[in-house]
Design a protein around this ligand. Sequence first.
Ligand code: FE2
Length: 348
Amino acid sequence: MITDIEVREACFPKEVKVVRIPEQKVFDGIPFPLVLNPADDFIHKDADFWNEWIKENVAGIEKILLKYGAILFRNFPLDKPQHFDEFSKAFGYKEFPYVGGMAVRTYIVGNVWTANEAPLGTPVPFHHEMAHVRDYPLVLFFYCDVAAKEGGETPMLLSNVVYRRMAELQPELVDRLEKGALRYVRVAPAENDFTSQIGRSWKSTFLTDDREEAENKARSAGYDIEWQEDGSMKTITHPLPPIRLDKRTGKKMWFNTSIGAISAWTDSRNHHTQAVVFADGTPVPIESLAVLEKVVEEAGVAVKWQRTDVVMLDNRAVQHARADHFVPPRRILASLFTDHQGVLSFLE
Ligand code: FE2
């Protein structure tokens, strides 16, 4: 018997084939994430072939991305970060500079940076990339340069699944979130603090050592700021809607960083209970966190990385995280992009 999924997947470009992996989960009849391999007749093609293939198939791939939320390209000939850079750029999107993000990252090549370099054992909870600021990337690519011997996955989840489940379990909170806004509070140090997952300095964040320039950039990026006595900068985002409608699909997204902030924004300068507040300044109730954590655990999918894997992720629809545990070395790279002419421009 042919299933609905197989009928839909039969429409894919002939150069790729859909494969199943044990970690996938199925939501509303659709596997997540989608996993693509080169089709048998195309297994020996080189990186240049695939870059051209992407250019010719952008619209089709975007439709697939819109439906599935995330695509794992596995067994493509992308042996080094340079290949990853060219592969992700082949879509023709606008590069998104990593200004305003909180994680400490290292520049690699082209538009490629290391993903969060928070130390081993530091959890990076589920989040939409930069959901705590006004301007955020629309498409993310991750690349596995070095797979950890154990652990170190980049779990993903469909944000709409989280929204729907939270609306069932915590209707009052969700009602308040739908009508209101959240502000995120963080104190950024003057110098990078590699011991913290939110340790990116204000100098690195705003690419200047000059306080006045940093302050101007922060304000124009949508932050209120307060300088601290030790030279660190307290940033408070303008109120941001925590639940957002994806106009492409009509689905509501759990588009906020409350779980990340409430569970993990603690270091020598920050305390997690003060990290997320409603527009009137009252903190988001910490009790809701336990429910939310269970929901994201059920919805999350952690795929074991294989070297040269690329994940393309729709940052409006899908959240990602980093597994707490891994056996180093592990090197996952990231490339962030924003607006373009394709399917993502239907939004907002
Ligand atoms: Fe992230």
